[in-house]
Design a protein around this ligand. Structure first.
Ligand code: GUN
Length: 280
């Protein structure tokens, strides 16, 4: 079994853009609402990555009571600011704020999370059209590519069909010529599908959902889940201890997909900045 070291690759990728960042002087705006502990951690990691890459980091932290109007006003202000190249709004948002409205308000050229329908649409077309693909799926593809894990012709099974991971990674695997099955909460016999996977990508948010009996020998296992347990430890969606004995490659939690999402955000910020400059 080989560990897919997302932490190490993330550092490598972040360092690889430093020269470009010196020339481009990009800036990323991050909007955070409320005090969700996981979001606070993610945002700190994004800040550290920006500092390492040489990207100016601008954070706006609203209280959980912020109105939708105020949030949309801030997004509009960032959209209009030519000195800011990327904008992300950390999700989840409180229930009184409608996520689709917020995402729709972000200028697609600055949407470095790749959540906007315009960027999702381009991601659906083909890898050549991928412009700002969603950060977590992009991180997963970069991880597979780095370890030279073939995708073409492989049986890829995705567990989870969220807009930010399950759906776009299914599409990106399809566009790389995998045979893709997307499972979700209504899938009748999950194990029947996961057992067939050459590449199993799990983004369900359910700790230890995937046990060893659900995994084919020598499968490649990508665990996107990360849940903080009552004892303070972080747990993935895969029973790592047992599944790692069967897998050929597997991501640890933490240190697998999480840091790759951050690296992908940095790559997207550089790309967005380059595109904005060439449009001028
Ligand atoms: N919440 C969970 N993952 C992400 C992400 O990649 N970006 C944002 N903005 N929010 C998230």
């Amino acid at each position: 079994m080989i560990l897919l070291d997302g932490k190490a690759l993330s550092t490598l990728l972040i360092d690889s853009v430093r020269e470009k960042a010196v020339q481009l002087k990009p800036a990323l705006a991050v909007i955070l609402v409320g005090e969700d502990p996981a979001s606070l951690t993610y945002v700190r990691n994004k800040q550290k990555a920006c500092e390492r890459a040489g990207i100016r980091y601008l954070e706006t932290h609203f209280p959980v009571t912020v109105s939708q109007e105020e949030l949309l006003r801030k997004i509009d202000e960032v959209n209009r600011d030519p000195a800011i190249n990327g904008l992300i709004v950390q999700i989840p948002l409180p229930p009184h704020i409608r996520v689709p409205l917020v995402i729709r308000a972000i200028d697609p050229k600055k949407d470095v999370d790749g959540f906007h329908a315009y960027n999702i649409g381009k991601t659906v077309l083909s890898p050549e059209f991928e412009d700002l693909p969603p950060a977590t799926p992009l991180g997963i593809v970069k991880l597979l590519d780095h370890y030279k894990i073939p995708i073409q012709g492989q049986e890829a099974v995705v567990v989870g069909h969220s807009n930010i991971v399950g759906k776009p990674i299914s599409i990106m695997m399809l566009n790389r010529n995998a045979t893709v099955t997307t499972c979700h909460i209504f899938t009748r016999d999950l194990k029947a599908h996961t057992k067939r996977a050459d590449i199993l990508i799990v983004a369900a948010g359910k700790p230890k959902l995937i046990t060893a009996d659900m995994v084919k020998k020598d499968a490649v296992v990508i665990d996107v889940g990360i849940t903080r347990m009552k004892d303070g430890t972080l747990q993935g969606d895969v029973d790592f201890e047992a599944v790692s004995k069967k897998a050929s490659y597997i991501t640890p939690v933490p240190g697998g997909v999480g840091p790759m999402t951050v690296a992908a955000l940095i790559l997207n910020t550089i790309r967005a900045t380059e595109r904005q400059r060439s449009d001028e």
